[in-house]
Ligand binder design. Structure first.
Ligand code: ZN
Ligand code: ZN
Length: 352
């Protein structure tokens, strides 16, 4: 089968790989249909690492994906406890926790120290034609969710977990720094949760435009710390109840802390490229801030499916997709996305 391998910094190669092995107990074989390119894929593509995880040999990226069931044994059940049958469209959750450790048992599978994750070294991801995946990681997709939309349930899952950590109460205000796909989805969830005001900041106008469409009360295209002044002027110096940092820039953590009100909450979902973060201690201390770190998600696929499906979905995930490209053009698509070429939102690779 065809697959795309990351063989060095910014080098992706289309290769021939052996067909996957027969699915074992509790596993299914899927035909991969669509794979989204994520910010963390771009990190690994650009630097060959994410956090402390370094890529040491050629491997396959892709953790936001969906496909069609090709082969499932008798009585195999999806993550919803429903039977999985041949031809069923499924979104696949990429994290495989052990389900046995202290953290899994305490309800934090996202923190499982024994987990593996499709598309994070050394576990190959979805930029290929076929994969064997655990059945319980498969979530059946209703027809109202497109193939690309199915891949975005992973991103939406992270956004749901972020909003859970933000503990946003009705009629409270939120600022979101960085309107990439995760930032925009968080923004949309904050609107749905009944925020009194949602302030969105990004340096690209096509992103702030979508922020406005999705219900931001204020969406500003800004460079650096301009956003802090604008928000403080707008809130008469009070700031917001919750600030969410969904950019990659180090300075945006300081900005989030400047924007938030005394006693407020700051949630960090962006991943800094150099694995270091800095902030002004006195600001955080005087305000008595609560700082939350987002680690992926926990069992959010069913909620994501609910939000993205139906005749009038609450979250229009397809709005985030700028284009579909075939597997053969993955390398060019990554290069374009990495360079932030105009209007590149989410690129979806058509694998099969
Ligand atoms: Zn992702
Ligand atoms: Zn575990």
């Amino acid at each position: 089968m065809k697959a795309v391998k990351l063989v060095g910094s910014k080098i992706l190669e289309l290769v021939d790989e052996p067909e996957p092995a027969e699915p074992g107990n509790g596993e299914v074989l899927i035909q991969v249909k669509a794979v989204g390119i994520c910010g963390s894929d771009l990190h690994m593509y650009g630097t060959g690492a994410i956090g402390t995880t370094k890529i040491e040999s050629p491997f396959i990226l892709g953790h936001e994906f969906m496909g069609e069931v090709l082969e499932a044994g008798e009585g195999i059940e999806s993550g919803l406890g429903t039977p999985l049958i041949r031809g069923q469209r499924v979104a696949v959750e990429p994290a495989i926790p052990c389900y046995r450790c202290e953290l899994c048992n305490a309800g934090h599978p996202n923190l499982c120290p024994n987990h593996s994750f499709f598309g994070v070294y050394p576990k190959d991801g979805a930029l290929c034609e076929k994969m064997v995946v655990p059945a319980r990681n498969c979530f059946p997709l209703p027809d109202s969710i497109s193939d690309g939309g199915g891949t975005l349930l992973e991103t939406l899952g992270v956004a749901i977990h972020t909003l859970d950590l933000a503990k946003l109460k009705a009629a409270r205000s939120v600022a979101i720094i960085g309107c990439g796909p995760v930032g925009l989805l968080i923004l949309r969830l904050a609107v749905l949760a009944g925020a009194s005001a949602v302030y969105a900041f990004d340096r690209f106008p096509w992103r702030t435009e979508l922020a406005r469409k999705w219900g931001a009360t204020h969406a500003w295209t800004v460079e650096n710390s301009e956003g802090v002044e604008k928000l403080m002027a707008e809130t008469n110096g009070r700031g917001v109840d919750v600030a969410i940092e969904a950019a990659w820039a180090n300075t945006s953590i300081d900005q989030a802390m400047e924007m938030v009100a005394y006693g407020g909450r700051v949630v960090l979902v962006g991943i800094p490229p150099d694995d270091q973060a800095e902030f002004t201690h006195s600001t955080a201390r005087r305000k008595g801030l609560t700082i939350m770190m987002v680690r992926r998600m926990k069992h959010t696929y069913p909620r994501a499916i609910h939000l993205a499906s139906g005749p009038t979905p609450a979250v229009l995930v397809d709005d985030l997709i700028s284009e579909y490209v075939p597997l053969e053009e993955t390398s060019a698509a990554f290069a374009r996305n990495y360079a932030y070429e105009s209007e590149v939102k989410k690129i979806i690779i058509r694998a099969g």
